[in-house]
Design a protein around this ligand. Sequence first.
Ligand SMILES: Nc1ncnc2c1ncn2[C@@H]1O[C@H](COP(=O)(O)OP(=O)(O)OP(=O)(O)O)[C@@H](O)[C@H]1O
Length: 261
Amino acid sequence: MLEVTGLGHTYPGKQRHVAIEELGFTVRTGELACIVGPSGCGKSTLLRLIGGLQRPTSGRVELHGTEIDGVPDDLAVVFQDYGRSLFPWLTVRGNVEFPLRTRSVNRRERAEEALAQVGLADAAKKYPWQLSGGMQQRVAIARALATRPALLLMDEPFASVDAQTRFELEDLLLSVREQHGSTILLVTHDIDESIYLGDRVLVLSKSPATVVAELDVPLGSRRDQIGTRASAEFVRLRSQVARLLHSPGAQETAEIAAHEG
Ligand SMILES: Nc1ncnc2c1ncn2[C@@H]1O[C@H](COP(=O)(O)OP(=O)(O)OP(=O)(O)O)[C@@H](O)[C@H]1O
């Protein structure tokens, strides 16, 4: 569904910065792929390029085989900062209906369905500021789901909530994904989260970002916060990703292996 080839992005000007270099990967329909990388390596830049919010300086991003050159209709993004992404003057239902305003669908029905999916059927008439942080992020997820996107991009979606809420939202995402067969690309700096959620984990290098490893996550589709995280396979993957992220030597080895094979 998504194909990223030879992608590069350099921020111009006095502070010229090469954020992304020769980056490539694909995401299959129905897959949940996680991108994990060190702080400041270029994860948000990558999502902005994929979401058509920024133009790459080299390479291409294709969705369903067509190059992206603006924000695609069938793509939705969930950002980390729910406080700034929801409109405080609109009710919860108003927020969820907002991206549907130009579509000929029953907006109210769609919004209510999406809110029910995230467990907020009773909060439709409230305002975002009357809800907890975790509930606000559920509204942001409902708003993205209401558009029935072919691809859902998520930029550190659970980084601003407490640990318990984070676990709940991770499980909510897995259940929504199972119900809809959604295709999701999620960026995180949390190694455990990338393995718990992902079918595949793409590990990025330090800036300029490039893909140093792609790891399959053979943990099955039924995951649970306690059993899955304690499993031998989970622990093995966690060490592997941590080594790739924290040891420059391991990154070089992975890069050489990727180029050779
Ligand atoms: N508009 C900009 N102009 C110049 N440099 C920028 C701009 N936006 C980002 N950068 C630089 O590009 C690099 C990548 O930034 P980006 O926000 O994509 O990283 P990130 O991996 O998402 O960071 P974090 O993990 O802290 O969220 C950083 O060094 C940042 O300073």
